[in-house]
Every structure is written in C-alpha cells, then in structure tokens.
Design a protein around this ligand. Structure first.
Ligand SMILES: Cc1cn([C@H]2C[C@H](O)[C@@H](COP(=O)(O)OP(=O)(O)OP(=O)(O)O)O2)c(=O)[nH]c1=O
Length: 207
C-alpha cells in the first residue's frame, strides 16, 4: 500500500499535465522519458495500419507507462507508481495528433471548424510493474472559424505541441460551443479517471 504522503512519478513533459496533477494535490516528480531513455524503450508514436483511435491511445499510454517504469528500475529509483497519458483529437474516425508545422495546424483547424470532434485521453498507472489503463472521451463542438481567427490562433503559439492544433485552455476556448465529457481530459489529464486509478493504488486525494 502506498501512503498518501508518498509521491508518484509523472512520465510526461507536459506542463499542463503537471498543473492538473497539482490541482488535485498529488505530490509528484517528473520522470523525463524520451530524452533520457535508451532507444529500445523509447516510445514511437506512429499509428499502426488500421489501428482505431481508441486502440492507439491505449497502446501509446501503455508504452509510456511501461517505459517510465523501466526507467525507474534502470536508475534504481524508489519504485513509486508511474503515471502516463496520451491525447488525440478524432475527426471522422481519423486521428489528429500534433501539427507538424503551421500549414498542418491551419489544415487541422479548418477541418474542425463548424464541426463536432472527439478528444480521447488515455491514462496509465504502473504500480509494481502492473499497468492499469483508463480512457476519457469528450465530444467538443466548434463554431465556424474564420481564416483570420485560425491565423490568430496559430500566431498565439497555442497550436504548437497540441493534439488537433488547439488548446481548450487557450484562445480556442472562444470557438467551443459545448463540450460533453471532461475539460481536464481535453487538456491532457482527466482528473476523474486519474483520481480513480490513484485511489485503487491506495493513494487518496482526500485524506
Ligand atoms: C486538444 C488539446 C490538447 N492539449 C494537449 C494535451 C497533450 O499534452 C497534447 C497532446 O500530446 P501528447 O502526445 O498526448 O502529450 P505530450 O507529448 O504533450 O506529453 P507527454 O510527454 O506526456 O507525451 O495536447 C491541450 O493542452 N489542450 C487541448 O485543448
């Protein structure tokens, strides 16, 4: 059993995920994976042929949590639980990951304009090497977005490094008519599911 005073590792470079975990008072250390891991356990985020978006986020999240756990063992760090996550935007069954460049970001935002899409975030918690996964699915509806607004959104810098080239916590909030699901899930770490997994591992937020 892990005591509530113990900390976990967050296997992520995302500042948003750190902020969200902090919001529910979970003490954590960041475990930097990709820069520090050796090649064989690095996470390749290329979708497989015919892979569904759900299978994809589960697979990548599992790989991130596993790589994090291996890293703890390699570095002989205390074997505290390791949390990882992966977020994708899904439009017409297709995965929109992070944009490659400005043109790609523009293309994504044009495609999302005036439409509904899904945001899938899977989370994984490795406890003593066993990985448990959860999925958060949110439907997001955008109003029509003009070319000028798309350009302004990209110029603000928020499209870079975000699945679907937008940030619900940024300017793009002005495009969102409604969401059905989890705001924190869209931001990259669904706190309801995260709290559930942590509770199951014996880490309580409310102690
Ligand atoms: C749709 C959306 C995504 N995002 C972010 C969440 C994720 O950090 C990012 C999708 O990339 P991910 O590959 O899920 O994560 P990451 O590379 O940022 O971090 P990690 O080191 O954990 O792999 O997009 C927002 O911040 N706001 C949003 O509204």
């Amino acid at each position: 059993m892990v005591s509530a005073k113990d900390y976990i590792y967050l296997a992520s470079r995302s500042a948003r995920r750190r902020e969200l975990l902090k919001q529910i008072g979970i003490r954590h250390n960041v475990l930097l994976m990709r820069e520090t891991l050796t090649r064989p356990v690095d996470v390749d985020e290329t979708p497989l042929a015919e892979e569904s978006p759900t299978d994809y986020v589960y697979r990548i999240t599992h790989a991130k949590a596993e790589a994090g756990w291996l890293r703890l063992r390699q570095r002989k760090l205390p074997l505290s639980p390791v949390l990882a996550a992966d977020t994708v935007v899904v439009l017409d069954g297709c995965i929109l990951g992070k944009p490659r460049d400005t043109e790609h970001a523009e293309e994504m935002l044009r495609a999302l304009s005036g439409r509904k899409h899904q945001v899938l975030t899977a989370i994984g918690l490795a406890v003593q090497g066993e990985i448990k996964l959860r999925l958060s699915t949110t439907i997001v509806r955008f109003r029509d977005i003009s070319q000028r607004e798309i350009k302004a959104c990209i110029a603000s810098g928020e499209s870079h490094d975000k699945a679907g080239a937008y940030a619900i916590q940024g300017l793009a909030a002005a495009f969102i008519i409604e969401i059905c699901g989890s705001y924190s899930g869209v931001m990259g770490l669904p706190l309801f599911e995260t709290a559930q997994l942590l509770e199951e591992a014996g880490i309580s937020i409310f102690f």
